[in-house]
Design a protein around this ligand. Structure first.
Ligand code: NAD
Length: 504
């Protein structure tokens, strides 16, 4: 096997990054002095580097730097000029696609083929929102009093963004690009387990011409750096992507400071197969929905709902197909399923499978062992009631719970029978049924005869335990700006007097 530490260090050197992760604050790499955090490659189980939590003080410096830079971003750049910087960021990301993808694969364990696509998508996000910088305008509203009333869409100021470990650079780009396009500064805290590509992105933003400190990345922990950045007076909004448990903590801290929050949380999405579907296509779709990226995807199709009449046949098709998937080294171009990204998550996934077996599930799976690598092979759990914990809680691994339903009403009832509301899909050749399912399944994103298509141009988000607010599409522009209403007196004699209400 390739010397992972040497490979990791050479990639950092190629990207101009320190190989011991440091925060990127106001254009500089800064070391923390808090608790020691290890970056472990989950495939070779090598510790690639150890670094210290940046802590509250560096978080405070980042918020202050972003506040100052945001004012420069709005005052010294034209709207189109901001777009030009963002186009340049996209080009720099494209030019470094391979080392960025490689370092993501080594640190997170995600297969290289997925990392390459995700890095390319980050460039696409910056290009997409670059196009909005000079198109964010308000409107003139025909108020009844005859005043001239117009609105301006203003940036909020500093946005604090918190991201998880499952798609580090993709999620950083997904949040930073629209925030910048709307004229905001950003402080981003990636997962302490996968900070490297987010730090690289902050450095790229500055290299492309963004003011120093406009985009800062904290290499550190939630309870120290994260809580300080939420509380900092310059922070105007908190955007959190992660688990419902941490989302509650973050929303509580933000609520205490009366700061608005967007929460992008987990899911337990239903992938629903009717008996009239193209079963070959549905089978491939079901496998990609849950086994791609080892199921570590918020929209994973983790509940497979199959119509009773075809259940045994269809589950067998999925089980037979999963044996053909290539599981192994994330740096191998052929690998379709890599390891679970970290030890804590591996323990969670394996404990959930063991618990399901104790609850009476039949477990269809392959051999779990592959040296020390944190591999969980594709797994199907059958014979569980839809109320069982494995059918209700997020496992976030390559483990699907197969359930059966009688008819359309039963499918909708089971699909909506969890606390989540993130995504879902239906497979059928009946177009009317497909639209009824799209209308009735509770989900922020729904697919018909497909799974997992998402794009920066379309809104993304969930409800209930899956969170609230939207990332991406035009809807996110409303999250990252607020309207100001301006009233201009047009009467010859100004209508200002006690008891006068112009708009009534
Ligand atoms: P997590 O909730 O454990 O951590 C997410 C982030 O929160 C990390 O950066 C962590 O350091 C930070 N954090 C922890 N405590 C904090 C605190 N007190 N203050 C501020 N920040 C704090 O989640 P995870 O295990 O990294 O990621 C997996 C979860 O993310 C899954 O539930 C998955 O569904 C979800 N997810 C959701 C989406 C989406 O868009 N809906 C996308 C990807 C992942």
């Amino acid at each position: 096997m390739l010397d992972r530490i040497a490979h990791y260090k050479s990639l950092c050197a190629e990207l101009g990054l320190p190989d011991v992760p440091k925060s990127h604050v106001c254009g500089k790499f800064v070391s923390g002095d808090g608790a020691v955090i290890a970056l472990e490659d989950p495939y070779s189980r090598t510790v690639l580097a150890e670094y210290s939590d940046c802590g509250a003080e560096i978080a405070n410096q980042a918020c202050a730097a972003s506040d100052a830079a945001q004012k420069v971003w709005m005052a010294d750049f034209t709207a189109a000029g901001r777009g030009i910087v963002m186009q340049k960021i996209a080009s720099l990301v494209e030019g470094r696609q391979e080392p960025l993808a490689q370092v993501e694969a080594v640190v997170s364990g995600k297969p290289i083929r997925d990392c390459q696509v995700e890095v390319a998508k980050v460039a696409e996000m910056f290009r997409y929102y670059a196009g909005y910088t000079d198109k964010l305008h308000g409107e003139v509203i025909p108020v009844p009093s005859g005043h001239l009333n117009y609105t301006i869409r203003e940036p909020l100021g500093v946005i604090f963004q918190i991201t998880p470990w499952n798609a580090p650079m993709f999620t950083a780009g997904w949040q930073i690009a629209p925030a910048m396009a709307c004229g905001n500064g950003v402080v981003l805290k990636p997962s302490e387990l996968t900070p490297v590509t987010s730090i690289a992105l902050a450095a790229i933003c500055e290299e492309a011409g963004a003011p120093k400190g406009l985009v800062n990345v904290l290499a550190g922990l939630g309870p120290t750096a994260g809580e300080a950045a939420i509380a900092h007076e310059a922070t105007r909004k908190v955007v959190f992507v992660g688990s419902p448990t941490t989302g509650r903590i973050v929303a509580t801290s933000a609520g205490k400071a009366l700061k608005p929050v967007v929460l992008e949380l987990g899911g337990k999405s239903a992938n629903i197969v009717f008996e009239d579907a193209d079963l070959e296509a549905a089978c491939k779709g079901a496998q990609a929905a849950i086994f791609a990226t080892a199921g570590q995807s918020c929209v994973a199709g983790s509940r497979l709902l199959v119509q009773e009449s075809i259940k045994d046949q269809f589950v067998k098709m999925v089980a037979d197909g999963m044996g053909q998937l290539t599981v192994g080294d994330p740096l191998d171009e052929r690998t379709e399923i890599g390891p679970i990204s970290n030890r804590r998550q591996f323990d969670h996934v394996t404990a959930m499978v063991d618990e399901a077996a104790k609850d009476g599930a039949k477990v269809l799976t392959g051999d779990r062992t592959m040296g020390d690598a944190l591999i969980v092979p594709p797994t199907i759990l059958t014979d569980l009631p839809s109320e069982a914990n494995a059918a209700q809680a997020e496992i976030f691994g390559p483990v699907v719970t197969a359930l059966s339903f009688e008819d359309e009403a039963d499918a909708v009832r089971i699909a909506n029978g969890t606390d989540f509301g993130l995504a879902g899909a239906v497979w059928t050749n009946n177009v009317s049924l497909a639209h009824r399912m799209a209308a009735n399944v509770r989900a922020g994103t729904f697919w018909v005869n497909g799974y997992k298509a998402i794009h920066v141009s379309t809104p993304f988000g969930g409800s209930r335990l899956s969170g609230f607010g939207r990332s991406s599409g035009m809807d996110v522009l409303m999250e990252y700006t607020e309207p100001k209403s301006v009233w201009v007196e047009t009467a010859e004699v100004p209508r200002v007097a006690f008891g006068y209400a112009p708009s009534v």
